[in-house]
Design a protein around this ligand. Structure first.
Ligand SMILES: [Zn+2]
Length: 77
């Protein structure tokens, strides 16, 4: 079974529908058995829904590049 920490690392892929079937099954099994992760998943969905309701403003290209650079550095760490 997935650990709570593993689940938090997969939650974005799960919500966006990118998890392979086996991982999705393991994710759902954990959520069915773990109240904390059910709450976490619900909060993530609410947060994403709230953020999607905000007006979108384009980022200045330099800021976008800086954020992407930091994100890739974070992924490598
Ligand atoms: Zn959990």
């Amino acid at each position: 079974m997935l650990t709570c920490e593993q689940l938090t690392g997969l939650v974005t892929d799960y919500i966006e529908g990118w998890l392979p079937m086996r991982q999705r099954f393991r994710f759902r099994l954990h959520v069915a058995l773990c109240r904390s992760c059910r709450r976490y998943l619900r909060q993530m969905r609410l947060t994403i829904g709230a953020l999607n309701g905000l007006p979108r403003q384009p980022l200045p290209p330099a800021k976008e590049q800086e954020l992407m650079h930091r994100f890739r550095a974070w992924q490598r760490a």
